[in-house]
Design a protein around this ligand. Structure first.
Ligand code: PEP
Ligand code: NA
Ligand code: MN
Length: 615
């Protein structure tokens, strides 16, 4: 490691990069050198992903005060990090898609011309790593060399990002060895934007007031400045695996999706099925990914909780992988009653960010246990008691944990070329209109359902629709190109797959009665819905066709042992044409913002929906 504390002359920077480089691929060396010459780090470390490297980094960070080791008996190998209070979430208003043409970013993304953004970033990145180490973090999304996998490298001056990347991706030498001259890989650069002057004391969580999360889809680059937090700093995740990868998928004939991935096995026959599901952030993807069925007959295993990549295989079916290797989950609300599998997964080797610390040196957050501890250190490091009148853990506090610790992990997570996908679910938080489950009438109708999905912002009155926050395919903050073109790409994928396409269903765990009560218990009882979905695609149940799709016919939904009043069941599947026609008006307005880029087929789906509702 270099030891210079002043700006090194350029020749020295190039030497610093190359002296301990673990690749001889010229494109990698040239790029790392260019970034180092711009950002002027004091040292360059090529990460190999080893356990020794992990041990060294964590001990340095404990010494620096960035990490607090947790009680080894209660939470072995685990650490708590407390962020700067202003660096606790993704920053969508500072997130930019820098495609050559503005129209290619579309109306739902912030756009800046690539050259203009590069010029704007230049003074921020110039010298931004002074006094810090630049880590070179090679990683594979999906198994190294897999048919659906992709490679990337992150340059970062944040050891916290390195540790999280080691959990969240297959990080290390194997990934770097996968990058050869001329191969496709994604270049990502991250700086916390807090250079250190010689002798300057570092802070526990360096970051900058100015933040930029910028994506260059034409050149497969991400440049992130000013934040150390999750989605802003772990560039494999939302930046690469969704925003950049969605563009790669459009160009190469595949899909990068904000989806969980599950394996379901019929315990009677041993036949297995694979299901993916897109829900907006904070709608329970992690919970569904770790579903514990309340009805017999199914074994449910986890493959992924946030991102799935889908690509047609040689046999013409759609194959899916979870490109990630860990969970970056929201802690509050995760507890033994809501998600026992997650609680077991978190037994150790976990980085917790912005949760509370117990007097025993373990972690706590709202919803973790029914009983609230009478004293804690809160996420900002202050004493806390139940009388404090503020949350002990930040509402967006997180755990980063290796997926291999999941007791319900499916072997399929390791599948080199992914698993065949049978079913896709789309869902949001809908107090009204959307039934508990409905099968789309066709792939095109399914794309319409995905394109128009959303959550209600305000509690709705009976017979009306609450203010709808549209989140098409749960990709609103994550689609790296024009959303209407993305719908068109989905339609094309359906054409390509034909009869072999997965079947699309809409689900809604959040429907409310006129009295404002949730009608469906959710959580493990969602297995009842999935049971019907699988029996439907297996041809075991007929269903009943409605204007918005095929719903379970009387008696088809397994409600054994569930105390669900008949009136609630009716309400869960009630379809009020007037209310749906009002929603169709909103859909037309929503489509209008995309102008003539909306595929004609989606306008047609809207019209046929109106026709069915009026019939
Ligand atoms: C994040 O906020 O960093 C993140 C990963 O978001 P989400 O919870 O939407 O997955
Ligand atoms: Na978030
Ligand atoms: Mn997510």
């Amino acid at each position: 490691m270099g030891s210079a504390t002043t700006l090194a002359p350029e020749a020295t920077i190039a030497e610093l990069v190359r002296s301990n480089a673990t690749t001889d691929v010229a494109e990698v060396l040239t790029w790392v050198t260019e970034v180092a010459e711009l950002t002027r780090p004091e040292a360059v470390v090529w990460c190999d992903g080893s356990q020794e490297e992990w041990a060294q980094l964590t001990s340095e960070m404990v010494e620096a005060g960035t990490l607090l080791p947790l009680n080894k008996d209660l939470r072995p190998g685990s650490f708590l990090a407390r962020s700067h209070p202003g660096d606790v979430a993704r920053v969508e208003d500072r997130t930019f898609i820098c495609s050559e043409n503005e129209a290619d970013a579309g109306p739902t993304n912030n756009w800046r011309a690539p050259a203009e953004m590069k010029a704007e970033l230049q003074p921020f990145f110039a010298g931004s790593m002074r006094g810090r180490t630049m880590y070179v973090v090679p990683f594979s999304m999906g198994p190294v060399g897999g048919a659906i996998s992709q490679l990337g490298v992150q340059l970062t001056d944040s050891p916290y990002a390195v540790l999280n990347m080691r959990i969240m991706t297959r990080m290390g030498q194997d990934a770097l060895d996968g990058i050869t001259a001329g191969s496709e890989w994604v270049r990502t650069v991250h700086s916390v934007g807090a250079p250190l002057e010689p002798g300057q004391q570092d802070v526990e969580w360096p970051c900058s007031d100015t933040k930029y999360i910028t994506h260059f889809p034409d050149t497969l680059e991400v440049w992130s400045f000013g934040s150390g937090y999750g989605g802003n700093a772990l560039l494999s995740k939302k930046c690469f695996a969704l925003r950049i990868a969605s563009v790669m998928g459009r160009n190469e004939g595949w899909l990068a999706e904000h989806m969980l991935l599950l394996k379901l096995t019929d315990t009677a026959t041993g036949k297995d099925y694979h299901l993916s599901a897109a829900f907006p952030s904070a709608c329970g993807k992690t919970n569904l990914a770790m579903l514990q069925p309340t009805i017999p007959g199914w074994k449910v295993e986890t493959i992924g909780d946030d991102i799935a990549w889908l690509r047609p295989g040689k046999d013409g079916r759609m194959y899916a992988i979870n490109p990630e290797a860990g969970f970056f989950g929201v802690a509050p609300g995760t507890g033994a009653s809501t998600n026992p599998v997650a609680m077991e997964t978190l037994w150790g080797n976990t980085i917790f960010t912005n949760v509370a610390l117990t007097d025993q040196g373990d972690v706590w957050w709202e919803g973790m246990t029914d009983e609230v501890p009478d004293h804690l250190i809160d996420w900002q490091g202050n004493d806390w008691t139940p009388e404090s009148g503020r949350p002990a853990a930040h509402p967006n506090s997180r755990f980063t944990v290796p997926i291999q610790q999941t007791p319900t992990l499916a072997d399929d997570w390791y599948e080199q070329d992914g698993v065949p996908l049978d079913v896709i679910l789309f869902g949001g938080r809908r107090a009204t209109n959307v039934p508990l489950v409905a099968q789309s009438l066709s792939w095109e109708h399914g794309v319409f359902v995905g394109a128009t999905m959303g959550s209600e912002k305000t509690a709705a009155q009976e017979g009306s629709v609450g203010e709808l926050r549209r989140d098409p395919f749960a990709m609103l903050p994550f689609c790296g190109y024009n959303m209407a073109d993305y719908w068109g790409h989905w339609l094309e994928m359906g054409e390509k797959l034909g009869e072999k396409a997965p079947k699309i269903f809409q689900v809604n765990w959040f429907r409310k009665g006129a009295d404002g009560r949730f009608l469906w218990p959710g959580f493990g009882d969602n297995s009842r819905v999935i049971d019907w979905v699988i029996r439907r695609i297996a041809g075991e149940v007929e269903g009943r066709e409605t204007a918005v799709g095929t719903v379970p016919a009387e008696g088809e939904l397994n409600l054994d042992g569930l105390d669900l009043p008949a009136a609630d069941l009716d309400e869960l599947f009630a379809i009020d044409p007037a209310s749906w026609l009002a929603e169709a008006e909103l859909t037309e307005e929503f489509f209008a913002q995309f102008g003539d880029r909306v595929p004609a087929r989606l306008h047609q789906e809207l019209e046929t929906l109106r026709g069915r509702l009026s019939a």
